[in-house]
Design a protein around this ligand. Structure first.
Ligand code: BV8
Length: 249
């Protein structure tokens, strides 16, 4: 594993400029510079007493749907008051450089789409979408009510955020597209993820096994760092715009 002490070794630029099939995996770290706390950062205020991994579960929703709904409302509010950062915009620009480009995200904030990325695979859903626990259908507009959570206007079942909770399977189409893209990619960038949450955490290792060049961008070490082709200990919002400029040079 080479660590990035100099800005861009020519080998990185060659690979970035010659690759045709590129996969990006992002985690909460890419939204950190937007002001969205990462999943593992201690929660603030009322939510400091709760572990996200305990709240983001079917059992928590079963036990106290109101509490879980309130937590998501608080996060929606927080995310709505922030915006994509230069890291998101750099990835949106990168998409046009490659004929075969897939952006896989574990994030639920929708910032990649907001920044202009078209081909986004949302492994863990989207916090601004809701679905009915009775019929499973997506509910576009929330009913005007003070109930928390609201009830489905069609079947009366409780509504919940359309995100993947711990212990729930990921959307099969998203997971299939992700693994298919990784199987054939030549270059894989893992950005802003602690590489802990499965099955997303397996993707960079799957890429390595398939002979791809794997570049990790994360100020902290992760289980991927020792095995990555290149590890860049820099914040994504700083590094990605510089990377895009270097590719275009
Ligand atoms: C499942 C939506 C089948 C909800 C989230 C093996 C195989 C399969 C499952 C498991 C397995 N082992 C364990 C499991 C169970 C579990 C799991 O992985 N547990 C963990 C705790 C070990 N997995 C599941 O339950 C998954 N389901 O596999 O179904 C199944 C079914 C039944 C039983 C078993 C299996 C579902 C997982 C999805 C959970 N939902 N989100 C919500 O948001 O409310 S996951 C949540 O964590 C977020 O989506 C987040 O994106 C994701 C991953 O975390 P990270 O993105 O990595 O964020 P984190 O805070 O950890 O790290 C941030 C990183 O950024 C840090 O490294 C930091 O250094 C870095 N950083 C900070 N600033 C910057 C930066 N990097 C760059 N620039 C910066 N400026």
């Amino acid at each position: 594993m080479a660590t990035q002490d100099q800005e861009f070794p020519s080998t990185i630029i060659d690979i970035l400029q010659s690759s045709q099939r590129v996969v990006i995996l992002t985690g909460a770290g890419i939204s950190a510079e937007s002001g969205v706390p990462t999943f593992r950062q201690a929660q603030t205020g009322l939510w400091a007493q709760y572990e996200p991994t305990e709240l983001a579960t079917p059992a928590a929703f079963e036990r106290d749907p109101g509490l879980v709904w309130e937590w998501y409302s608080w996060r929606r509010e927080l995310i709505s008051n922030t915006a994509p950062n230069p890291g998101h915009y750099a990835l949106a620009e990168m998409e046009s450089f490659y004929p075969d480009f897939t952006l896989i995200t574990q994030n639920v904030d929708g910032f990649h789409q907001l920044a202009g990325s078209q081909k986004v695979v949302e492994l863990h859903g989207n916090i601004f979408r809701n679905k009915c626990t009775g019929e499973g259908r997506h509910i576009q507009d929330l009913p005007q009510t003070d109930e928390e959570p609201p009830h489905c206007p069609n079947c009366g079942g409780l509504l919940r955020p359309d995100v993947v909770w711990f212990g729930e399977s990921l959307p099969s189409n998203a997971l299939d597209s992700a693994f298919k893209a990784v199987k054939f990619c030549q270059l894989f960038l893992s950005i802003g993820t602690s590489t802990i949450i499965e099955p997303a955490a397996s993707l960079p290792f799957f890429a390595l096994n398939n002979g791809a060049t794997v570049i990790e961008i994360n100020p902290q070490e992760t289980p991927l760092t020792p095995l990555a082709s290149y590890a860049v200990p820099q914040p994504a919002g700083d590094f990605l715009p510089k990377l895009v400029k270097a590719i275009n040079s």
